[in-house]
Design a binder for this molecule. Sequence first.
Ligand SMILES: Nc1ncnc2c1ncn2[C@@H]1O[C@H](COP(=O)(O)OP(=O)(O)O)[C@@H](O)[C@H]1O
Ligand SMILES: [Mg+2]
Length: 229
Amino acid sequence: MIETITATSSETSETTLLRATDLAHAFDYTLFENINIAIREKESIAILGVSGSGKSTLLHILSTLLEPNHGKVYYRGLDMYSQNDKKLLEIRRKEIGIIFQSHYLFKGFTAKENLQISSLIAGKNINLDIIRKLKIEDTLSKNVSVLSGGQQQRVSIARVLIKQPRVIFADEPTGNLDRETANDVMDVMLQYTTERKGGLFIVTHDEKIAARCNTVYRLKEKRLVPVIL
Ligand SMILES: Nc1ncnc2c1ncn2[C@@H]1O[C@H](COP(=O)(O)OP(=O)(O)O)[C@@H](O)[C@H]1O
Ligand SMILES: [Mg+2]
């Protein structure tokens, strides 16, 4: 049974950060349907699936960027796609962190300037510990266009963490990284999630990375199936 959360059901929304019910979406054809998923404080969820199965689309729906054809997304009890644009934008800016598959860093600026922009917009300090753990100290003074794909990926992760979102959505965040660096990045994101009582959704091809999360699903034949790795 799917329980509907309203803004007043504080008991459930205290520990459930985000809940989506009966999602379905199609572009040219139905990508998925009957998708139910919820994330609690301190929980990390990995979503596996072959290329084209709709993982990025599902992440966009969960993260306030794309209204689904069917179903609801509740963020702490609030029906996201019933909010007005101003409220939705406010939640997205303050509470939601999105690490995109392609890094939208500001080209022509240094890594440090990119981080400073995020810090300024969010009104939060740059956390040097995160910079150290992501091993990007050496990139700070460089223009982002000369950084490797893996370095750009880590700068974009730092940029999102600096704004201190409650729920992080990461689309293949370790895709360009070697095993050791991928694990370092996972360490940072998982530690952030438990320390801040946040939630982490991560889309990945990599079962070893997925296995580090509390919960793993596979998007397969239009459904989200729980898997044990
Ligand atoms: N904005 C869009 N308009 C039309 N088709 C789209 C759009 N976004 C994604 N698609 C299509 O939906 C399918 C799933 O895409 P995507 O969610 O990116 O899958 P994945 O991330 O699992 O590779 C693909 O066939 C893609 O071309
Ligand atoms: Mg994708």
